[in-house]
Design a protein around this ligand. Structure first.
Ligand code: ZN
Length: 129
């Protein structure tokens, strides 16, 4: 499966760009630009590193949209990304099921009227001829 070019975060579409370590300044694995709605991921990381960095930057975007601006936001983001990557890796079937639940469209309700049979009308016995 190819890497996403975009990711929607709470109503904002971020463009995902993969950049060289030269472009990232050499010491960043990724960063999130909230003003320009860009997520940058440094290329050349092992797959587990890419997964962690991608999730890390998405968590930053979620935090920003939700107004989570605590001074410990970076630390919290790191811990959440590390924790969720570990749990996801250990439980792929559970998260496949979980992801499918989120994609399921609500079932359309069948109008009850169609299922209810009308009582047959009784003829007025006095009207018989
Ligand atoms: Zn960060």
């Amino acid at each position: 499966m190819s890497a996403p070019k975009e990711v929607d975060v709470l109503g904002f579409t971020y463009t995902v760009q993969f950049v060289s370590s030269d472009e990232s300044g050499g010491d960043k694995l990724g960063w999130c630009d909230f003003t320009n709605l860009q997520i940058y991921i440094t290329e050349g990381q092992p797959k587990s590193g890419l997964a962690n960095t991608f999730l890390h930057e998405v968590i930053h975007a979620v935090n920003y949209s939700m107004g989570i601006t605590s001074g410990k936001e970076e630390q919290l983001t790191n811990r959440l990304a590390n924790g969720f990557c570990a749990v996801w890796k250990e439980n792929p079937a559970a998260f496949k099921w979980w992801s499918d639940l989120l994609q399921e469209k609500p079932k359309r309700k069948v109008p009850r009227r169609a299922a209810v049979k009308k009582k047959p009308r009784r003829r007025n016995p006095r009207s018989r001829k």
